[in-house]
Design a protein around this ligand. Structure first.
Ligand code: HEM
Ligand code: SF4
Length: 538
């Protein structure tokens, strides 16, 4: 460890997890798992180490009966077919075949047992993949533009930069004890394909004229994050050349490590420090650490397409296309992964790409082969032309596997989307995100319609219910959605949303998107409508 743990000087400002983290680094649990727990079994795991399992990318699954979930980092969501096959074989051997694509482009397994973890670590490493630091108070999966290198709408291919930053931070003990989770996003997409505003640190495309020449680089945003107190990241007044990205990342992460709050777990993310300091003070501190840098140039993000890619699209390379596939609520399996790997090798560029909307992209397909790919059996379920609501529905893990969940989400979200597709005809695509508790792993705040699980009292006892929020968006007009009053019972979500969507359909002007409509009519109009719908169903 090449730094001093300055925060330990004042123990009165530390929560109790901080003492455990200081006593034994989270990364040390990987060795303990391999050498001890894999042999002694679940019952031998001590409580502090169970928390440290997150640094190995492993979380206890509900109902704490010895099964685990595991998250695998996929840098900017791009993996090779060999890696996809490796992932599929692990899922098949240990994870009941299940593979979830997450809202940060990662892959998640369920049903693992501690005895299996050493073999899984080994098999992942054999294909160059890691679960390490995919969870825990450390730098997590670096999200990015899944179209990096093939995108017509990016300023540069960020693949090498993402790898450089990932390789620097992964397993780096100087940064494995942060106050809380730490999420980075690096993308040069003008459509903000890596959701910059909801990350702790994000790099977005920018240009600046320096010595008479236009230089392509980045602007840096800091302090974004969701959960119960969501914050949009704020732009620093800096222009970052590509060769300075790592330096800025190290500087920002050092500030978080040394000045971030460690007193309360729910007040520890970088967003709280940024909100208190303001961006000017943050920039001054950063420059103190990394030296002078030019002021900001021109931010090149022009819009946001919700990070959706479904359908066939031309890529930057003439004569080649990419095909965006819908993975309903992000859940796929080993069988489908193997088939996708086969398609990627036979017709594509040998890669499989995951998106922050829990979907998959195949790329590098010569135009003359597109039809063949579209006919492949696996594309009949993972459709490039999904029904509208299914295509735009995201869900967190929910109480099927998550110990923090208040309600069931994934299967319910799928049913809601299906209900809407069966009952509502609409040319527009409305983005719906469902989460099972305020933590917002399913990024509720950025949805057109966000659904947050809760419970309501009824004469028959407590039942699952949802709070509704409308009008979220990222990009130049970024804002989180606004919550409406009035809880909707779990089995009424589909019909209630159908009525809210009918309201939009009836009152919108030509080609007005759902977001534009919310902006025009205002949240109170939605509130009035929801109150009316709930009164009628009561
Ligand atoms: C066992 C419990 C949990 C499960 C199963 C779970 C699951 C997930 C999954 C699958 C993702 C996608 C993430 C990725 O690939 O990095 C995610 C992201 C996220 N998680 Fe959790 N999570 C859990 C606990 C928590 C807790 C305790 C918090 C907050 C206090 C939290 C807040 C978030 C947020 C805000 C995201 C947002 C995605 C983003 O940053 O873009 N989660 N979680
Ligand atoms: S949002 Fe809540 S219920 Fe859903 S996965 Fe995250 S912690 Fe679990």
């Amino acid at each position: 460890m090449a730094y001093e743990a300055v925060w330990m000087k004042d123990p009165s400002k530390l929560n109790k997890i901080e003492f455990a983290k200081h006593e034994k680094d989270g990364l040390d649990v990987i060795r303990t798992i391999i050498e001890e727990y894999a042999h002694k079994g679940y019952d031998a795991i001590d409580a502090d180490d169970m928390n440290r399992f997150k640094w190995a990318g492993v979380y206890e699954q509900k109902p704490r009966d010895g099964h685990f979930m595991m998250r695998i980092r996929i840098n900017q969501g791009v993996m090779t077919s060999e890696q996809a096959r490796g992932l599929a074989s692990i899922a098949r051997d240990y994870g009941r075949g299940l593979i979830d694509v997450t809202t940060r482009q990662a892959i998640q397994y369920h049903w693992l047992r501690v005895e299996q973890l050493p073999d899984i670590f080994k098999r992942l490493e054999a294909v160059g993949l890691y679960s390490f630091e995919a969870c825990g108070d450390c730098p997590r999966t670096i999200v990015g533009n899944p179209l990096a290198g093939i995108d017509k709408d990016e300023f540069m291919d960020t693949t090498e930069l993402v790898e450089q930053v990932n390789d620097y931070f992964l397993m780096n003990r100087d940064f494995s004890n942060l106050p809380r989770k730490y999420k980075m996003s690096i993308s040069s997409s003008i459509y903000n394909n890596a959701n910059a505003e909801i990350n702790d640190l994000a790099f977005v495309p920018a240009t600046k004229v320096i010595d008479g020449e236009e230089v392509r680089g980045f602007h840096a945003y800091v302090g974004g994050g969701l959960s119960a107190k969501p914050h949009l990241a704020q732009e620093l007044d800096l222009f970052v050349r590509p060769e300075d990205v790592l330096k800025v990342a190290i500087g920002v992460t050092t500030i978080f490590r040394d000045y971030g709050y460690r007193q309360k777990r729910h007040h520890a993310r970088l967003k709280f420090l940024v909100a208190d300091w303001g961006v000017e003070k943050f920039k001054a501190k950063l420059l103190e650490l990394i030296g002078d840098m030019p002021d900001a140039g021109e931010n090149k993000i022009v819009g946001w397409k919700g990070v959706y890619f479904d359908g066939v699209h031309p890529q930057r390379q003439e004569g080649y296309s990419y095909i965006g596939l819908n993975v309903p609520v992000g859940r796929t399996n080993a069988e489908e992964f193997d088939q996708l790997a086969e398609l990627a090798d036979t017709y594509g560029d040998g890669k499989i790409r995951t998106t922050m909307t829990q979907n998959i992209i195949l790329a590098g397909i010569a135009d003359e082969n597109v039809e063949r790919v579209l006919q492949a059996p696996v594309l009949q379920r993972l459709s490039p032309k999904p029904k509208h609501f299914m295509s735009r529905t995201v869900s967190c893990t929910g109480n099927e596997f998550c110990n923090l969940a208040i309600v069931e989400t994934k299967e319910r979200a799928r049913r809601v989307a299906q209900y809407l597709d069966d009952h509502v005809e609409l040319d527009e695509k409305i983005r719906i995100h469902m989460i099972g508790c305020p933590n917002s792993c399913g990024q509720k705040h950025i949805a057109d319609i966000g659904l947050q699980g809760t419970l309501v009292k009824t004469p028959d006892g407590m039942v699952d219910a949802f709070d509704i929020a409308v009008g979220g968006i990222l990009g130049p007009d970024a804002q989180f959605n606004k919550a409406l009053k009035g809880r909707v019972k779990g089995d009424e979500v589909g019909p209630v949303l159908a009525e809210l969507v009918a309201f939009y359909k009836a009152e919108r002007t030509d080609s007005e998107s759902f977001h534009q409509f919310v902006q025009r009519v205002g949240v109170p109009a939605f509130q009035e409508k929801l109150t009316e719908i709930l009164a009628a169903t009561a």
